[in-house]
Design a binder for this molecule. Sequence first.
Ligand SMILES: Nc1ncnc2c1ncn2[C@@H]1O[C@H](COP(=O)(O)OP(=O)(O)OP(=O)(O)O)[C@@H](O)[C@H]1O
Length: 372
Amino acid sequence: MTDLTLQQNAGTPPKLVVSGLHKTYGATVALHPTDLTLRSGEFMTLLGPSGSGKTTLLMMVAGLLQADGGELSIDGHKATYAPPWERGIGMVFQNYALFPHLTVFENIAFPLRMRRMPEAEIRREVARVLEIVQLPHTAQRQPRALSGGQQQRIALARCFVFKPSFILMDEPLGALDKKLRDQLQLEIKHLHKSLGITILYVTHDQEEALTMSDRICLMNGGRIEQLGTPAELYFEPATVFAADFLGESNFLEGKVRSNSPDGLVIDAVGGAISGAGNFAAGSAVKVMVRPESVRAALKPVEGWNAVPGTVRETIFVGGVTRHYIELAEGGTVVALELTDRRTQPADPGREVFATWPVSATVVLAAEKGKMP
Ligand SMILES: Nc1ncnc2c1ncn2[C@@H]1O[C@H](COP(=O)(O)OP(=O)(O)OP(=O)(O)O)[C@@H](O)[C@H]1O
């Protein structure tokens, strides 16, 4: 899928087009020349490990960091050199401190006062966004009389109040505990849908990215590693890095024996594994399969891939059970199954087959010098 196919109905320009934007600090390339297009109304997440260039890209879109080169446009207008306040973008950051000496009401009213909105309208708009974040009763409180989660909701309200059509968020939930984070993730997602805003969101938390995004832009070493929907990245990772970063993966090293119209046959862990992909015979590959696709079975399943091994450990984790299967040829495969759907006992010491559908087999180019 190319960016061009993602552009919306004729007439609606993309919200953001980034072309060849790049940034270097001394010997460190923070962002290699990068192209990226955001559709209007899209929720896109920049996901990646620390130092992969997420914040650098976001800050350049915000206008808070000058690029070394490249261009960007917002709503079809060139904005490469526009100052932040002319870009019409809302921002919510992890430590987007509220003004401690102002009430919640005045904090939210602040951007409207800057825009010289009449008082009656300010009251109406602040009340509106306080309803949206479900904190109307806090209007006269000082920020310090609010919990961390409430403060972050007020920061969201302050961003929503001037009705930006495009919002940048950099780890806005990073400082919150897991329960609050889960709750606010859903709230932001619902607000995004109901208000029709475009959001560019930064996180290094893969679960958060999978939960919230229309598309995920996975970054690695200052480059886009893969761009796609959460399901595309999860089920069709393009590289070992992508497979390893999103979700849990089993990897088996192998070498392509043959490539025919029926698919690939790969020599791995002492047997033959079937898969699909564009690899020549002799190529070094990594076979990847998600734990939830693997069964610990007493005999091979017809038409599925199967490798023999021994159950080393079976761990009950509430709704799911994890089986650690030590392969006869070395290495371990994890099989994950729903506890209440468990049909075959797989007790420690039992000889089993780690078996999975050919369609769940992902074949990736082996990356030199890296074994997850
Ligand atoms: N002001 C700076 N001076 C020197 N190097 C910088 C500066 N800002 C960023 N870098 C470097 O650029 C690279 C990309 O940094 P960036 O902050 O964009 O990464 P990130 O993916 O947002 O990471 P994190 O999740 O830790 O915030 C890193 O190697 C970082 O050390």
